[in-house]
Design a protein around this ligand. Structure first.
Ligand SMILES: Nc1ncnc2c1ncn2[C@@H]1O[C@H](COP(=O)(O)OP(=O)(O)OP(=O)(O)O)[C@@H](O)[C@H]1O
Ligand SMILES: [Mg+2]
Length: 307
């Protein structure tokens, strides 16, 4: 197994504040790796230490098999970086922007190729300042590609975007993976990690609280599904649930929520309600997601803290 990034016992302390607290993880070559956590979790600090921009207090970082050293130009030529809340020159067109940034690197890159990958044909003559938020972010990702990097770091690439623009940026990120690049993505949107990532690492208050594929994490920590019964007599339904041994029944407005251990319990519950002649309008099943995983692990809501 080849790793694009290896981080071992990494710590960063700012004036007594442990922003990153002894974390270790590995990023496989060619995968989309999501670093998921709320505001202030330590995502940017970590990603910028890996990029060689911030100096760790302690710990080891290996990037593409080499120890990361901010002064090592060779390694920096092999990575692409989109900083958080990045904004480029307002009065340059998309093509001029890409031309400018590519001139910084020694490598010769084909700007047309980058425009094609990021699907920016129609915008190449448009001024950066006139682009929508989603298009700006696609140009920003294109900027991170001007040195044809092996690893692309994207720090919260979709924060503040509307759902449609976010989907467009997701497509662009998937395209990077299709082109064989390793993607290191930070986000506080669980749907983003769930949709894009091969591996998710959840960071909270500087510490890693869980790591794995989205499916594995949900299976391990989210696990249970919830059956929601709407439009019936909650007292009656609750009575039957108690009889069946369900201790945790929640009543919300006119619906009753029952946490299930296994999905096939739905049939038993509905069968029993019918047997008892208990009526309701409809049922719904909510499967757990990364938000539940985060809640389970930290006792806090992830998206509640989003900007
Ligand atoms: N240069 C700095 N000096 C002092 N404290 C800092 C510095 N950079 C970050 N911090 C603090 O370190 C903690 C982690 O910040 P960091 O920016 O890494 O979090 P983050 O997960 O990227 O958050 P966000 O989602 O808001 O971008 C925060 O408490 C922040 O205030
Ligand atoms: Mg950040």
């Amino acid at each position: 197994m080849n790793y694009a990034i290896e981080v071992e016992n990494l710590t960063k302390i700012y004036d007594g504040l442990k922003a990153v607290d002894n974390i270790s993880f590995k990023v496989r070559e060619g995968e989309i790796f999501a670093f998921l956590g709320p505001n202030g979790a330590g995502k940017t600090t970590t990603v910028e230490m890996i990029e060689g921009i911030r100096v760790p207090t302690s710990g080891k970082i290996r990037v593409l098999g080499k120890e990361m050293n901010g002064a090592d130009r060779d390694i920096k030529e092999r990575i692409g970086v989109l900083p958080q809340e990045f904004s480029s020159f307002e009065r340059l067109t998309v093509r001029e922007t890409l031309f400018y940034f590519s001139s910084i690197y020694r490598k010769d890159v084909d700007i047309d190729h980058i425009i094609e990958i990021m699907n920016l044909h129609d915008e190449e003559k448009v001024l950066y300042r006139n682009l929508s938020g989603g298009l700006k972010q696609r140009v920003n990702i294109a900027i991170a590609l001007v040195n044809d990097p092996e690893i692309v770091f994207l720090d919260e690439p979709t924060t503040g975007l509307d759902p449609r623009s976010r989907r467009d940026v997701w497509k662009a990120i998937e395209e990077l993976k299709n082109r064989g690049k390793t993607v290191f993505l930070t986000t506080h949107y669980m749907e983003e990690a769930e949709y894009l990532a091969d591996t998710v690492t959840i960071i909270h208050k500087g510490k890693i609280v869980a790591q794995g594929s989205p499916e594995k994490l949900v299976e391990k920590y989210g696990g249970k599904s919830t059956l929601i019964i709407k439009g019936g007599s909650s007292t009656e339904i609750e009575g039957v649930m108690k009889e069946m041994g369900y201790g945790k029944v929640r009543i919300k407005n006119s619906s009753v929520e029952i946490r299930m251990e296994k999905r096939d319990e739905v049939m038993d519950i509905l069968f029993r309600l019918r047997e008892k002649n208990v009526r309701y309008r409809e049922v719904d099943i909510k499967h757990s997601d990364l938000e539940d995983v985060f809640l389970q692990l930290t006792g806090e809501k992830l998206e509640g803290e989003a900007k």
